[in-house]
Design a protein around this ligand. Structure first.
Ligand code: ZN
Ligand code: ZN
Length: 349
């Protein structure tokens, strides 16, 4: 078998290896059996439990005030709200559809368990957008928003770029394309959502669309686990297959990240057009580059933008935390109605 070949996980494999020492993330000989007391990757079990504890129901967050707020939002903010939702609808739909293909090449059952929960959570995110669009905007507007992903030229171009790496792997599965697809997932979870999320937090900080921001917090809490999942997938891949990371792989990964950063920044600028209080082109630029540096360092790569070491919107991190939501400020029910997460994210990240 050549170093570039990647084997699809066999569905029925009675001759698979049961010993966890032989287990590998890709190109292993897995039985596919979930033997959760015989695991190799501890991080996967920790994550699985954290993901399950995050279970939430979008309709439990009231959005009545958002429907009233939306009607009196300035046009620039309405436009931003619509476009960001439409982009998020696309990203979550894409993830739900693509993850099973990616997982079919993963030969570690405990990692597949996490990917299955992730797929389910991305579907819950789609449910939340459906609920938001049913409650906050008119049926006519909802219809438009659902179609922006291909009718808005800017969004269409972005979505082509994002999807092309997934499609490349689906059409030509190889170890190289698997690594690139893992990186694309990691970037999607760790960079692409963030301009959009911060847009909602900026609005909510001014007391607008607070229910939507609450939905977004729960979504972001899930996305954080997906980010950590792909971080671990990536680091495990490198540990088990160092030979795949030679040659021009580092440059290819870095160029994926730098393209993503440019696209995310220009998208953010397209959304805000200097029309949202507290969010400027410059802050957004610094924020996305800062995030990219953090994401790279978590997978053992040098920062692309060494001059951007500080978080330019520190408040976003506090504001986005589900567990720090004050009930008197938001109309939502008391914070953290789900079980508290047992994971120390600083350690995992
Ligand atoms: Zn999602
Ligand atoms: Zn996700």
């Amino acid at each position: 078998m050549s170093v570039k070949e990647i084997k699809k996980n066999r569905l029925f494999n009675p001759k698979g290896d049961r010993e966890f020492e032989k287990r590998r993330l890709i190109n292993g000989n897995s039985t596919n059996l979930f033997e959760l007391n015989n695991i190799k990757y501890d991080w996967a079990m920790t994550l699985y439990r954290a993901m399950m504890n995050n279970f939430w129901i979008p309709e439990e967050i009231p959005l009545g005030n958002d429907a009233k707020d939306y009607k009196i939002l300035p046009e620039s903010e309405q436009r931003g709200y619509d476009k960001v939702i439409s982009f998020l609808v696309f990203l979550d739909s894409l993830q739900t559809a693509n993850l099973p293909n990616f997982a079919s090449y993963v030969t570690a059952p405990e990692v597949n368990l996490c990917l299955a929960v992730q797929t389910f959570q991305e579907a819950v995110h789609s449910q939340s957008y459906g609920y938001i669009l049913d409650t906050v905007v008119s049926a006519q507007k909802r219809d438009l928003i659902y179609n922006y992903w291909r009718e808005d030229e800017f969004l269409m171009n972005r979505n082509v770029v994002i999807t092309s790496i997934y499609e490349e792997f689906a059409e030509s599965p190889s170890t190289e394309n698997f690594i690139l697809a893992a990186m694309a997932n990691y970037i999607l979870e760790g960079v692409y959502f963030y301009s959009g999320f911060s847009f909602f937090y900026v609005l909510a900080r001014q007391g607008k669309m607070c229910g939507t921001a609450q939905e977004i917090r729960y979504i972001q809490r899930d996305e954080l686990t997906h980010l950590v999942l792909f971080q671990n997938i990536f680091n495990t891949l490198r540990k088990e297959n160092p030979e795949l990371f030679g040659g021009d792989m580092t440059n290819r990964l870095l160029s994926l990240m730098s393209n993503a950063v440019e696209n995310e920044i220009s998208w953010g600028q397209y959304i805000i057009r200097d029309g949202v209080l507290g969010l400027t082109d410059e802050i957004l630029d610094r924020y996305i580059k800062y995030l990219a540096n953090r994401r790279l360092s978590a997978i053992g790569m040098a920062p692309l933008y060494p001059e951007f070491t500080d978080h330019p919107m520190k408040w976003v991190d506090d504001f986005s935390s589900v567990n720090q939501i004050k009930t008197d400020f938001f109309e939502a029910r008391p914070s953290a109605y789900t079980k508290a997460s047992a994971v120390n994210w600083d350690e995992l990240e």
